[in-house]
Ligand binder design. Structure first.
Ligand code: SF4
Length: 212
């Protein structure tokens, strides 16, 4: 039986998809993470080079594992033996056929908000990879762009900081202090208003809570 949350997410997703498409994003709604995985894989040609970044949601639906095990060319920075090699792999990701990522927040009006420390993830969203697949749990959807920026800065970033060996106020308190720390993970804030070329960014909305 459908839960109230399922019904709510589905209705909200219909509005959001219409707005995303009006901005020339491709968009799908998948009720479950299993459906989202199938949809994402259908968008990746066999033999494609595939990179990723900031993709807790893609990991949670099993997409990163499927790419590692499938008939693709993964560009995987976790295989690096040194920081220098890791940087090289991250730069190579900018020329991948396909880039997998999440989004820190979306407005119901169809704008994506992403925050980045190094900048490699937002760079790939902006330009480089031929195709960008965004996996977004419906928990990321906010009423307005202002709310989406607030979510990215005060929820997503402080949660994300818990994953890294950083010395930032949010790592200690769980609350953003608008820091200027050398370890700050919020050096770049990207708002993607429209998709150009049309269809380059493919947003797969998932009727579950995913990521941060
Ligand atoms: S305290 Fe600094 S690193 Fe943490 S969320 Fe705020 S700006 Fe980002």
């Amino acid at each position: 039986m459908e839960t109230i949350k399922t019904v709510y997410y589905e209705k909200r997703a219909q509005v959001l998809m219409k707005n995303l498409r009006s901005r020339r994003f491709d968009a799908w709604y998948c009720e479950t993470r299993e459906d989202a995985l199938r949809q994402a894989l259908s968008l990746i040609p066999e033999g494609a080079s595939v990179g990723w970044g900031g993709c807790a949601s893609a990991e949670e639906i099993g997409l990163v594992d499927a790419v590692r095990k499938g008939n693709y060319h993964p560009i995987d920075r976790d295989t690096a033996d040194s920081p220098e090699e890791k940087t090289k792999i991250m730069k190579k990701t900018l020329l991948a056929d396909v880039f997998l990522t999440g989004t820190n927040a979306l407005s119901l009006d169809g704008e994506l908000v992403n925050i980045d420390g190094t900048g490699n993830r937002v760079a790939a969203i902006v330009y480089g990879p031929e195709s960008v697949i965004v996996i977004a749990g419906m928990n990321k959807v906010c009423a307005t762009l202002e709310d989406a920026v607030t979510r990215a800065r005060t929820v997503a970033a402080p949660m994300n900081a818990q994953r890294f060996p950083v010395q930032t106020p949010c790592k200690v308190t769980g609350t953003c202090a608008d820091c200027k720390s050398p370890d700050c993970i919020c050096n770049q804030i990207l708002i993607t208003r429209n998709c150009k070329p049309a269809g380059r960014i493919k947003v797969i909305l998932v009727g579950e809570d995913l990521g941060f």
